[in-house]
Design a protein around this ligand. Structure first.
Ligand code: ZN
Ligand code: ZN
Length: 322
């Protein structure tokens, strides 16, 4: 089958990767469309030391199981189901989990991907394939209200105007927060303004410490430092992006100002699917291009070097995303 494979030296497209055989409890999914994410770009730069097929944001058609023949999206953590964390309902933190296209499990930039049946969610007919690709990152944005109590009108600053920052800002505004997005890219900030969100270019950001909640979606080592400069005493910082490599910064302000720092990763797929079905969140405006799978390395290069929002990969050439 065709696949986009991260090796020791580089990312390559291959037309003859062995098709995966689903393990017991797993379902093979014929991939229709996949999304390029910041995590993919970090993996290419060595984050997690991953080797194998990239890709964790996808829509496909289940080839077996109760959703056979239907479009599905898939949660990316494949857990053991028996350890203490799994039994406590924290399967996303299972110590022996594999993670689709990120850790010990081939991903979705391929004709076929395998996941446990329990990871799959059918896509409602009202959601287009190209919108459904956003289920995974949108679920990650909905993890913030799942973790942090929010008050209507509370001052939220989202650092980062990229893919995830945009989705987090839309979700938090919908939850009733007063959201300002800080970014470096005029075009991305203009898009957020069109969506009705307040924006500030990074160079104009006032370093007053007034934000109740700061969400770091920068993917940059400077994100947390900036967050600490603007969060109010007793405020909360949510770290939404991972940064490859160690970071150095003084944590004294965290103690002195009793700041709460919350790490936040994967979120609730059912909530994201409802938001897409009800058109509560705009995702289509984030799509900056659609590439055939054969040109995935071009899409990855461009996503790394140019200020684009979302690139999709049309994996199934017979059914390009509508
Ligand atoms: Zn992602
Ligand atoms: Zn487990």
């Amino acid at each position: 089958m065709r696949a986009v494979v991260l090796g020791a030296e580089s990312v390559t497209f291959t037309a003859d990767y062995p098709a995966p055989i689903p393990a017991v409890g797993e379902v093979a999914v014929r991939v229709l469309c996949a999304g390029v994410c910041e995590t993919d770009l970090q993996l290419v730069r060595g984050y997690m030391g991953f080797r194998g097929i990239l890709g964790h944001e996808f829509v496909g058609v289940a080839e077996s199981g109760p959703f056979r023949g239907r479009r599905v999206v898939g949660e990316i953590n494949a857990s053991c189901g028996t350890c203490e964390l799994c039994r406590q309902g924290l399967a996303n933190h299972c110590p022996s989990r594999s993670v689709l296209g990120i850790l010990n499990r081939d991903g979705a930039f391929a004709d076929v991907v395998c996941l446990p049946q329990t990871n799959l969610h059918p896509v409602p007919d009202e959601i287009s394939t190209r919108s459904a690709v956003f289920t995974e990152p949108l679920a990650a944005a909905f993890q913030i209200p799942a973790q942090v109590p929010l008050r209507s009108g509370q001052k939220v600053v989202v650092l980062g105007d990229g893919r995830l920052g945009n989705l987090c800002a839309q979700v938090l505004a919908r939850e009733g927060c007063s959201v300002t997005v800080v970014g470096k890219h005029a075009r991305k900030l203009a898009l957020l303004s069109q969506l009705g969100l307040a924006t500030v270019p990074l160079e104009s950001l006032s370093r007053e410490r007034r934000a109740d909640l700061v969400v770091d979606c920068t993917g940059s080592p400077t994100g947390l430092a900036t967050a600490l400069e603007i969060v109010r005493p007793r405020g909360t910082i949510v770290l939404k992006t991972t940064v490859a490599g160690p970071q150095t910064l003084s944590l004294a302000p965290v103690v002195i100002d009793e700041v709460t720092i919350v790490g936040s990763r994967c979120g609730p797929f059912p909530r994201a699917l409802v938001a897409l079905r009800e058109r509560q969140i705009d995702v289509e405006s984030l799509i900056d291009g659609v590439y055939p799978l054969e040109e995935a390395t071009t899409a990855l290069d461009r996503a790394h070097t140019e200020p684009v929002l979302k690139f999709l990969l049309a994996v199934d050439p017979s059914s390009p995303p509508p």
